[in-house]
Design a protein around this ligand. Structure first.
Ligand code: SGN
Ligand code: CA
Length: 513
């Protein structure tokens, strides 16, 4: 069969027909895809978080499926969003870095859903520079969006919305579902939050929500990056690069606290968008913390650990609001009798570091940012395993959503519907993943790199001003501290991984590098 040569994804798709696809009785379900920005799996209780509870996100997994091995292809926002829409790697959809502009004339899954009679909408963070195409309704944050009173672009008209971004985005999404004119049509809604993106500004009602808690440092918080040159050269260290004023809101009214960074100035600017009530509550919470911080005059490890505690508090408070707003969506569906004909998916654009290796941010092919949460709840009439351990990747979302809607998956999509994994009909599945990060050394100074991961091993090649190969045995070294590239015992493993990398590049039509 000629088609078998097209992509790895297609090969897999041909290996199984899920119960979902065979079920002629099913109605076209509504589909809600909720995506946050930078939500780490480490801070979801369904993934075993030791620092917070996320009951509403967990519910999707408890009543549905938690994917234990869900990954991205290029751990940065815009590229992940382009992969979601197209089901293709960055080198084929053309959006490799956050500075690119998405070519909206290309094939995307929302366009195919529209052709099949679906009503489509996107609300919240878009981050693809061009205007959305393939959506009957779009109402998007400008650029990265801001947390308080954010302007939204509704089908070309910009309007400032009053309130906290996570609530406002959910309000718009629920209003759209309520007021749809063509209710006879099934819908697909992409609900994309700004939270918990830097600078992790919580809603006023959640300030202090984690104040009683002390967070354990990850055991590799003080990683010395021995044997991992590219890891040593980044600028995303909590201790060195997280800014007290800008990131941790220690901008005092007197302007005394200065870190010497260009980020000091913007520390107060980001508060200027708040209205007087919001600002009053904000200051009442932060002023005493700022005063205390001023008095303590921390430095060295004490300062690094103080930063880590503040970072965790802010970040988790943003997640609390996300979780509650996921709860609002589920409650809306339930109260309106829609839960049993709506597929709900929860994910993040990519993962994030919660102090592992001493870091915040993402980009690296190391586990915390390569992985991303993925939970899905199908209508109860569909058989669904509670847990899936196979390797899935964000290229799979477009094909999966199309299969859910009963739409033929185009042969040039590189991912594969994971529905056969849910009902156990998958006959075979991929054994390895390909990754490629293309941003040159900007803000966080992560070198370009590509690599391959199997269930046991990972091989990464950092290039662009560096030539650094790294090999990890994830079973023996899950935290990726020990680069085995020079270890003679792994010669055979290394050769097999290099071969697999070449195969993936060729199958996925990656440029020759
Ligand atoms: C901004 C952030 C970075 C972040 C990128 C990409 N700086 O530039 O810390 O890595 O976005 O994030 S900030 O000072 O503007 O917050 S992404 O998730 O959108 O790709
Ligand atoms: Ca992101």
């Amino acid at each position: 069969m000629n088609n078998q040569k097209i992509t790895v994804g297609c090969l897999l798709a041909m290996s199984a027909v899920s119960g979902w696809a065979q079920n002629q009785e099913r109605k076209s379900p509504n589909i809600i895809y909720i995506m946050t920005d930078d939500h780490s799996y480490q801070t979801i209780s369904a993934y075993g978080s030791r620092c917070n509870e996320t009951p509403h996100i967990d519910r999707i997994g408890l009543e549905g499926t938690v994917f234990r091995n869900s990954f991205v292809t290029n751990s940065i926002s815009g590229p992940c969003r382009a992969v979601l829409l197209t089901g293709k790697f960055s080198h084929l959809n053309g959006f490799k870095t956050n500075s690119d502009k998405f070519d909206g004339s290309q094939q995307t899954f929302p366009k195919l859903l529209q052709q099949a009679g679906y009503e489509t909408a996107i609300v919240g963070k878009w981050h693809l520079a061009s205007d959305p195409t393939g959506f009957d309704y779009w109402n998007i944050l400008l650029g990265q969006g801001i947390y308080y009173n954010p302007p939204f672009n509704e089908m070309g008209k910009v309007k400032k919305m009053e309130g906290y971004a996570t609530n406002v985005t959910t309000d718009i999404a629920i209003d759209w579902m309520k007021n749809r004119k063509k209710k006879e049509k099934p819908f697909c809604l992409l609900l994309h939050h700004k939270a918990p993106h830097r600078t992790w500004m919580p809603d006023t009602c959640d300030l202090g929500a984690y104040d009683g808690q002390q967070f354990d440092l990850p055991e590799n918080f003080y990683d010395d990056y021995a044997g991992r040159k590219a890891a040593a050269e980044q600028r995303m260290s909590v201790a060195k690069d997280m800014n007290e004023v800008y990131d941790l809101k220690m901008a005092d009214k007197e302007g005394v606290i200065k870190t010497g960074s260009y980020l000091d100035k913007s520390g107060r600017e980001m508060l200027e968008g708040m209205n007087p009530q919001q600002r009053k509550v904000w200051d009442a919470y932060y002023d005493p913390i700022i005063n205390d911080f001023k008095e303590k005059k921390l430095s060295g490890k004490e300062l690094a650990e103080w930063k880590y505690q503040r970072y965790m508090k802010d970040y988790l408070s943003c997640i609390k609001s996300v979780d509650e707003n996921v709860g609002r969506v589920l409650a809306y569906l339930e109260e309106n009798g829609m839960l049993e004909n709506t597929v709900v998916i929860y994910s993040s654009d990519q993962g994030f570091y919660m102090g592992e290796h001493g870091w915040f941010d993402k980009r690296f092919m190391y586990e915390e940012s390569f992985r991303t949460p993925l939970l899905v709840r199908l209508p109860h009439s569909m058989k669904q395993k509670n847990e899936v351990k196979e390797l899935v990747q964000n290229i799979d979302l477009a094909p999966t959503i199309l299969e859910l809607a009963g739409v033929q998956v185009p042969a040039d999509m590189q991912g594969c519907s994971w529905l056969p994994l849910l009902d156990g009909t998958a006959k075979k599945w991929r054994k390895s993943l390909y990754y490629h990060f293309y941003e040159s050394q900007d803000e966080h100074a992560v070198h370009k790199h590509y690599g391959v991961r199997t269930d046991r091993y990972k091989l990464i090649h950092f290039y662009d001003g560096i030539d650094d190969w790294q090999l990890f045995d994830l079973k023996k070294d899950p935290k990726e501290m020990n680069n085995l590239i020079q270890n003679a015992k792994y010669t055979k493993v290394l050769a097999a991984l290099k071969k697999e990398l070449d195969r993936l590049k060729s199958d996925y039509k990656e440029e020759n590098r």
